[in-house]
Design a protein around this ligand. Sequence first.
Ligand SMILES: N[C@@H](CCC(=O)N[C@@H](CS)C(=O)NCC(=O)O)C(=O)O
Length: 211
Amino acid sequence: MILYDYFRSSAAYRVRIALNLKGLNAERKSIHLRKGEQRGAEYKSVNAQGLVPTLEIGGLRLTQSLAIIEYLDEKYPEPPLVPRNAEDRAFARALAMTIACDIHPIDNTRVMQYLERELGLDQGKRDQWYAHWIREGFEAIEKQLARRPVTTFACGAQPTIADICIVPQVANAGRVKLAMDPYPRIRAINDACLKLKAFADARPEAQPDAE
Ligand SMILES: N[C@@H](CCC(=O)N[C@@H](CS)C(=O)NCC(=O)O)C(=O)O
């Protein structure tokens, strides 16, 4: 397996966690997002969207972190990353999608670069934008978590796709120093996850291309 990756990419971070939880090894190829390598012809021939991650397995090229994680879960069922119970499965996927579909895309590198280069927003305004969308999403997730019994992870006693999305998004929140006090459940889940080696080893700062 080859993982096209970038240390600071939170979408790639999700896949790194999933691979670690499954005990799978992948060779890493770093695509330098700040230098724009994702938009070069070479990488676009791997991933037509010019986004990381891509997971290459033999001749198969998988894109979109949630689709990759679900693929890994189907091929390597233990430990399950998607709950087996339908209600929990819907909840875990809903949290994952709140992050992957509704928070993260608005704060992506290309969006931030557009705000800077095309709309001329300075760093302070860009950070304000970035934090605003995380705050909105975290408020909703915190409320949803508060309606359920308190468990170690978002959806029970084992980490699932929800936790796999929460931890990288909390790391992104840290980049703009978002106060986490209003989100005690998210913070507790993040802390519990990072005690696990699978999560800790996937952190941006633990990657060989970290700067
Ligand atoms: N929905 C995609 C998002 C992938 C994505 O946006 N990746 C970011 C890094 S976290 C990226 O490659 N950004 C490059 C760019 O915006 O130019 C997924 O979950 O895989």
